[in-house]
Design a binder for this molecule. Structure first.
Ligand code: SF4
Ligand code: SF4
Ligand code: SF4
Length: 263
């Protein structure tokens, strides 16, 4: 049975333990950031005074990112996570363009950039029968808002919560049907429904892969041109830093010389 996560936004206290646990588990560099990027697979978005929304890969049942990848670097596992083979990725960014949730992020700082995103702790945890690092940390040290389990059971729990507490919850489970269903599910507060929380509530219930591939199939020429452009940008950025560094050293040297003259 496919595994999934349920994030009950009404229970999230914004402690950030989930993001910290992810960075540790995935050995991602730096401190926890505010935006998802190559070093932050999951972050918190604050909506108003006390509502916090986790952002992470939705692990679609029929993932568009995988369907457009020309080298099959991304694929859906039978256990639920959508994972990728870092060595196969050619950095074409098709998946970034195709993902309906804007999830895959690019390693802009590297000369040969690749894609990074949440992999639902597949190798280190799911394959070993363990819960994801973020859900375990949330339950043990955080507000207890992220749950891990079988998708069917989490959906049943979410429906039960809505039925028993109609004044607490928005009457919708985000991810139950969006783009054919996802393995990350959300519950939202009644007074801040998904639309108010910036969730895309206009997505179709059908899986997107076929449609997206038809569109992207028409623009394969972008790939080599784009790759050349990005490599050029990386070189220019590095060159700029190098020049600034040299100029900084020169300035310090000049100041020292001036200081020496005054002595
Ligand atoms: S949310 Fe985007 S990156 Fe994640 S599985 Fe779905 S299409 Fe792929
Ligand atoms: S499932 Fe794993 S990789 Fe994904 S956000 Fe949670 S800890 Fe990070
Ligand atoms: S650890 Fe749980 S309660 Fe804390 S911010 Fe993450 S989801 Fe919310």
């Amino acid at each position: 049975m496919p595994k999934a996560m349920l994030v009950d936004i009404t229970e999230c206290v914004g402690c950030g333990v989930c993001s910290e646990a992810c960075k540790k588990e995935q050995k991602l560099p730096g401190d926890v950031g505010k935006k998802r990027d190559y070093a932050n697979y999951t972050v918190l978005r604050q909506e108003g005074d006390d509502v916090y929304v986790r952002e992470l890969c939705m692990h679609c049942t029929d993932p568009t990112c995988a369907s457009v990848c020309p080298v099959s670097a991304l694929h859906k596992t039978p256990e639920g996570p959508v994972v990728y083979d870092f060595d196969l990725c050619i950095g074409c960014r098709y998946c970034m363009m195709a993902c309906p949730f804007g999830v895959p992020k690019y390693e802009w700082q590297k000369p040969i950039p690749k894609i990074r995103k949440c992999i639902m702790c597949y190798d280190t945890r799911i394959k070993k029968g363990l819960p994801t690092a973020c859900s375990q940390a949330c339950q043990e040290e955080g507000g207890g808002a992220t749950y891990f389990g079988e998708r069917d059971e989490l959906l049943a729990e979410a429906h039960k919560r809505i039925k028993e507490n109609p004044d607490t919850y928005d009457n919708h489970i985000y991810g139950e049907h969006e783009v054919g269903g996802t393995n990350v599910l959300f519950l939202a507060p009644k007074d801040k429904p998904f639309k108010a929380l910036q969730f895309n509530t206009k997505l179709p219930e059908e899986a997107l892969p076929e449609l997206t591939w038809q569109v992207l199939n028409k623009i394969p020429v972008i790939v080599p041109v784009w790759a050349t452009f990005l490599t050029g940008m990386w070189w220019l950025n590095n060159r700029k830093e190098e020049v600034e560094e040299n100029e900084g050293s020169k300035k310090i040297r000049d100041e020292k010389l001036e200081g020496g003259d005054n002595e």
